[in-house]
Design a protein around this ligand. Structure first.
Ligand SMILES: [Zn+2]
Length: 273
């Protein structure tokens, strides 16, 4: 049983501000340790649930947040950026299930810590086949392209709710209750790590019993619409061939999700200038 743990930082235990998840800020070192601990709780749960191979993808910022010297040695760490699959580096047909640890709600959500979609500066919204979603939807659809289900999510209550709504009967660990973009009632790390551990163990046990959620597989071809924050960002994204533009929205169609994922990332990189 092989598990890919796709880790982000905004949904980590205790995080409520950008400073806490931004390298160079005084607070950041505390929260990268907490991110590592949330991930380690997921590794322990996965192993006790029956997983025997674990890959961790460090998906926040430039992908070098997790403290490798404190990582549970049963996991291997995909660190650094850019990598071929970014937040999902390590995904392929050999993976049995994906965990989303430290995930956040999509851009524009109420009561959601640091809600955004891929790039808080650049992207306002994204639709996949007309479904308004967040980066969790993009990443889950890429896993679905390889036939792999998302089986666990951790983050605040809004993030976990959105992922349950779109991805099916996944296990969730709600580590904080958001009351705004920068405010939440937070649980202490020993409690959140226990929640993540239990959810991870259940998720892997359910998978091995054949009781896991279905992969999130989009109909093909995949139609992607991205709403950018400003019109100059759309100007730059529209340079990509085979796109159609309407004001700040760029639409394109890809034959399958792997191409859609990489075209989206290319557009965001171009748009960011
Ligand atoms: Zn992030």
């Amino acid at each position: 049983m092989k598990i890919l743990i796709a880790a982000d930082m905004e949904g980590v235990t205790g995080v409520t501000t950008w400073e806490q998840v931004t390298p160079g800020h005084a607070e950041y070192d505390r929260f990268r340790r907490l991110m590592t601990q949330d991930v380690n709780a997921a590794v322990r749960g996965a192993c006790d649930g029956g997983a025997d191979e674990i890959i961790v993808a460090d998906g926040h910022w430039h992908g070098s947040n997790i403290l490798v010297e404190e990582l549970d040695q049963r996991a291997r760490l995909n660190s650094g950026s850019p990598s071929p699959f970014s937040m999902m580096q390590g995904i392929d047909e050999s993976v049995d299930g994906v965990f989303f640890v430290g995930y956040h709600a999509r851009s524009g959500s109420a009561n959601a810590i640091l809600d955004h979609t891929w790039s808080s500066r650049t992207v306002t919204n994204i639709w996949l086949n007309e479904l308004l979603t967040g980066e969790y939807g993009l990443n889950a659809a890429l896993a679905g392209h390889f036939g792999v289900p998302v089986i666990l999510a951790s983050g605040d209550q809004t993030a976990c709710g959105q992922m349950s709504d779109q991805l099916g009967e996944i296990e969730t660990a709600v580590v904080k209750k958001a009351s705004g973009r920068f405010a939440a009632e937070c649980l202490a790390p020993p409690l959140t790590q226990e929640l993540i551990y239990e959810a991870a163990m259940r998720a892997v046990e359910r998978l091995s019993e054949g009781d896991g959620p279905d992969p999130f597989i989009l109909d093909t071809p995949v139609r992607v619409m991205v709403e950018f924050s400003t019109s100059d960002m759309a100007d730059r994204a529209a340079m990509l061939p085979f796109t159609r533009r309407e004001d700040r929205c760029i639409t394109f169609t890809a034959q399958e999700m792997e191409t859609a994922y990489n075209a989206f990332r290319s557009m965001v990189t171009m748009a960011s200038g």
